[in-house]
Every structure is written in C-alpha cells, then in structure tokens.
Design a protein. Structure first.
Lengths: 337, 337
DNA sequence: CGGTGAAACACAACCGGTTACATCAGATAC
DNA sequence: GTATCTGATGTAACCGGTTGTGTTTCACCG
C-alpha cells in the first residue's frame, strides 16, 4: 500500500496529530519539527488521502460547476476563468452539465449528486426559473450565480439592461430609426439576460422617441442557426429594418449569414450589433458590446472560495456587476436613406 | 447532522452491512429486505457519504480530465462528449487544465493533484513529449488519450495522416499544383496531430508527383490570429500558392481574414481547406475534413469507464481510430491558370 | 432424522485522516 | 521556590461507510 500519515509520523518520531498540523500549516507546531516533518513527508513521497481528510474534516475541498452547455463559447469561456481560480486555490472542480450536449435528453438532475460531495456550487447562466436551479439552491449550500441574478443569492453579471441600451443607442446615434431585434427565446420569464437586454433596447428606443415595431422582433435562440432564421424573417418583411440588434454575437453571426444570402452586406446595407465579444467577432468585423466573460467566472469563483474560507463569517450577499464596452467595427454605419 | 447508514439500518432493523449491500445492488440480500431498505432510505432522504465510501472502498468514482485549453472549440467539444458519458456513468468529472508553453500561467503540474484522488485519467491532446503528460502517465493509473497516440497507452484519435492526405488530395484533384500549408508550431516532435497531418500532406503531394515548396509552409499555432499571420506570410511571397491547406479550421478562419485583407476571396482567388468541422466552418463556407470531435471524447470516456468497471481483467490496450469526412464547400474550387 | 450447504444477515475490523482534550516541559510571575 | 501560563505534542474518539469472516436459518437429501 501507499504511505500513510502514520508512516510519516513514525519516521519523524511524532504523532499523526502533529504531522497533520505540521503539513497543513496550523499553529502550535515547532518550526524545526514542522520542517523536519515536511522533509520526511517529501522524502517518503507522502500524499494525503483526500477521502480520509474529507471524511474526518467534513470539507470536500471541491466546488461544482453547473452549466447548461459546455461546448458553447460563453460557457466554456466562463468555465476557463473558474478553473483557473479554483486551480490556484487548490480546489477540485466538478463539472456537471444539465442537458446533454446534442439534445434534450432527460438526465438525472444535478442536485442529488451534489449533496455531501462539494462545499459550494457555481451556476452558469441557468434561466432564473429553471427547476434544476432551484433544486440546487434548495440544498442551501454556498452558491454563486454567473450571468443570472436572483434575490438573496450572490451573483456576478454584467448590466444586461445597460448592454441593451448601449447597443441600441449606438444604432440610434448612427441615425437609424427602424431597428430590429433578435432576441433569445420567447419566454415571459423575467430577469434572463435576453429579457434584460430587451428592456434596455426598449428604454433606448423610448428615450429616443422611437417606436418598437413588434413585427421587427425575432427569436434566435442564442444559436447561429437561430440567428440566421431570425434575420431571414426580418429581411423577408414588407418593410425590413435598417439596423438590427442581436442579443448575442453568435446570433449576429447567423444574421450575417442570412444577410449575405440575400445579397446584403453587414455595415453597408444593414447595420448589425451584437453582445458578447466573441472570439470571432473581431474576425467577422462585428460591432459588439463586449462583456468580460472570463472575468465573470473568475470573480464568481474567487468570491465563492473566499466565502468558503471565511470561518462562519456571514459574507454579505452581494451581486457584482462587471462593466461592458462597446467596440465599434465595420458591421455598423450611419443610416443612409 | 445528516442521516447516516446507521440510521437507515436501525430504521430497517438490519445491520449497516446489509444496508450497504442492499443499496448497492450486491447479491445475497433478500428481495423483500432490499426493497424495504430502499424505501426507508428514500423516506429518510438518505444520501451516501462519498468520502466515507471512497475511504472504505478505495475507489473514488471520479475521473480527471486534463486539457491544455478549456475555452477552445476542439477542447470544449471533446469535453462535452466526455461529460455526457461520465454523467451517465455516475462518475465525477474533475477538470484540470495544464499550463502550456505559450500560456504564461505557471501553475503546479496536475500529476500530484491526481494521486489518490481519481480512478482514471483522460488526457486531451497534450503534445506527446509534454513533460506533464509523462508525469501523469508515470502515475500508472488507468488512462486514455484523446487526440494523441503513444505506445502502450489506449487512445482515441482520427487518422491524422489520412486527414492530411484527404485535404491535400482534394486540392490536387481540383488541379492545384502550387499548394501552401499552414501548420501548427515549428516542433520536431513526432506524432503530434499537425505533424501527422503534415505527413499526409507530403504523401499526397509526393504521390501526385508534386514538390513541397518549403517556402510555402507557414506556422499558424492553431489560432485564428496565427492563421491570419501565416496566410499573410504566404500571400506576400513572390509566388503565392493557388491553394492552401490549413491544419485546423480556426487557422483557416484566420487565413480567410488575411485573404480578404488582400482583396482575395476564398474559393475564387485561392482555394482553402481546413480540418476539424468547426461550428463556424459551415457558416464561413469553408471546405474541411470533419472529425467527430465530440465522439472522440465520448468514446474515450466510455472505454475508460469500461476498463474501470471490468474487475482486474486486463483490457487490451487498443487505440481507436474514428473516421473523418471531407465536406466540400465554397472555399475550394478548380484551379484556373 | 441427522447431515449438508447455501442464502441471508450480523459482527467488527478496517480505510486514513482530523481534532477536542489531556499532558508535559519550560518560561514567567510573584 | 512554587503557582501559573503557554506553546508543543500525544491520546484517542470520531468521520461514515465497506467487506472478510462468522453465525443462523432452513430447504434438501440420503
């Protein structure tokens, strides 16, 4: 078998308790003793047993990340931010997605698989009314949300209303008045990202005294294909918009494709603005409201780790809002009648 | 505190041993007894303690996934395949990314963090000579590689030589003779994906009696930006190629951008073929050799789970090769002098 | 009807740490 | 010189399961 703490203790001529304290940096250990124990442990190539440590201490040293998608840009980028922080904090990252990658297959919900298994949970952009989300919250363990806000739960997001406003205002400033919008899904649930961005859109329109034409709203489901369909729908109207606000870059990509199919060029014939700052947006010359996606994950993870490390101290529930930035590229241009 | 197996045992009037066997479906438990125990456990909302179970049994029920990148398309797509399988197998997925030569992050290597912590390891496309990879292999635990092959280690890949051949042959079939290539990094390490694809490229060229012009080889580092630079280098030659084989779709995207910057149109002025089947390749009308990326992860995970479940039986080390498929789109066209 | 064996279950020894509490030596205080 | 305190360390009771080794029951057989 492998080396146990007992072996180290014997080799160092101390008790396992002292070894445990010495290796974990606890106080009340003589500096010399600690050093000797560390040396011996290294020599013996001793590795602590996480299972035993967890069982005895009650802490698992791991955090679950729950996400609806793994392979989509936004989610994998958030995940990379989270991972980097957890790695530095020496915490294990348990990855769980709540839907199968290809389809809507029914798999067992994550909540039961979390109990007694992790110290905290990070949830990426699940709809605020999602049942699985609430099952997770019902576990009542330290949790942080990313990309969603919910009362009394810590969260890290951008100001989606503002993002919608900024994007829309940009189009308005360029002189556009007939502005279309490609939203996510036709849900009436409040507070989702697309809902908020839509509110920002409306506010900007209203503030400018412009009408929101309901026939210029189309659903893109946050996918490229969806964005393409949505844009096609807008273009085949009797009176198409001169500018379009797509609520995600990926939908904007789809929209660009639809425009090309119709012989139109983004920025020349129709202005298009997205939200995200997707890797490809620069490549495709898309004007977009950039959000610091990796930081969303990073900061949420940092906050959670901090909370787990602060002994009992009731960390105040705060929702952190990160800034966005409009990057103007070739896909938007002044309105020409 | 929460319910323990003892509570269930008492409530059912049996020993903890019987509860343990009953709930895990082991034999030698009366059908009636088992049912009763299951019912009582459910009523009590009993959840087994993973730590205790792991400590006692020696199995962790979790698998580590080691990857150089999380947010890149190939890696996150593989990961999604892996996750789906592990979820179905009720195994925990520990995600760890490793620092890479180009990534400046100096973080502790994954190998030490694996010991006693997971039952098996899945490694995604680490260079075959990577030190961290070999540290992981030295742990001598069940391991499967994805996107790399190494002697005596199970792996799941595509035939990269063949992929290179197919892509190149496609260009040759179209009548191109002056063919450039955008490879990954200037390494002399054998057996990496780009090395193999390059070999396929050479083989196809040789078989067709064409010369491989070393000045038409450029490094794209598997990134969009790198592909753009590489293509720019090719275009600014005194005698540019009429067709280019980019060893990944993302580098091909960059190449497309470079072409546009030079007023050239992919498929009309210069033919371009990639490898991957990236989500955006259809959108950008890129001809590419599609590899089943998600299946790579899925199948590797399935094999590993199977190995872990087969009791001691020496599963033969086999490297699985998945098929690729050339998808011809608008970025390639016949050579016109 | 005693012998036999298998099925069903109980006992208890682990698995390998953590930590409250006890102990002990040396320093400080008086 | 003794009482007191403090820092360093040992003792041992857990943490909550798993599993090898009995023990009991009972059907089956000669």
């Amino acid at each position: 078998m492998s080396i146990t703490i007992k072996d180290v203790a014997d080799a160092a001529g101390v008790s396992t308790a002292t070894v445990s304290r010495a290796l974990r940096g606890l106080p009340n250990v003589d500096a010399g003793t600690r050093e000797r124990i560390q040396r011996i442990a290294a020599e013996l190539d001793y590795v602590i047993s996480p299972s035993a440590s967890r069982l005895a201490s009650g802490r698992t040293g791991s955090i679950a990340v729950i996400t609806p998608y793994i392979a989509r840009w936004f989610f994998s980028t958030v995940l990379s931010g989270v991972e980097s922080v957890l790695q530095d904090a020496s915490m294990d990252l348990l990855l769980m997605s709540v839907s199968t990658p290809d389809g809507q297959q029914h798999r067992l919900p994550p909540a039961p698989r979390l109990r007694r298994r992790v110290d905290g949970v990070l949830v990426i952009a699940l709809p605020p009314h999602d049942q699985q989300l609430h099952e997770v919250l019902a576990l009542n363990m330290p949790t942080s949300l990313i990309g969603v806000t919910l009362a009394d739960i810590p969260s890290v997001t951008i100001d989606d209303v503002l993002a919608g406003q900024i994007a829309t205002q940009h189009l308005i400033n360029l002189g556009h008045t007939r502005i279309g919008v490609i939203t996510g899904a036709p849900v009436e649930e409040p507070f989702t990202a697309d809902h908020d961005r839509h509110r920002g859109f409306q506010q900007a329109m209203n503030a400018a005294g412009l009408t929101v034409d309901p026939t210029l709203e189309s659903y893109g489901y946050f996918t490229i294909a969806g964005g393409e369909q949505a844009m096609t729908a807008l273009l085949t109207q009797r009176n198409p918009p001169s500018a379009v606000f797509a609520m995600s870059d990926e939908m904007a990509f789809g929209a660009m494709k639809a425009m090309r199919s119709h012989g139109l060029q983004p920025g020349r014939d129709i202005s298009l603005v997205g939200v995200d700052g997707h890797d490809m947006s620069e490549f495709l010359d898309l004007t977009t409201v950039v959000q610091p996606v990796q930081d969303l994950g990073r900061i949420a993870a940092e906050a959670l780790v901090l909370q787990l490390r602060s002994p009992g101290a009731e960390v105040e529930v705060d929702s952190i809002i990160l800034p966005t930035q409009l990057i103007v590229r070739g896909s938007t241009s002044p309105y020409k009648a």
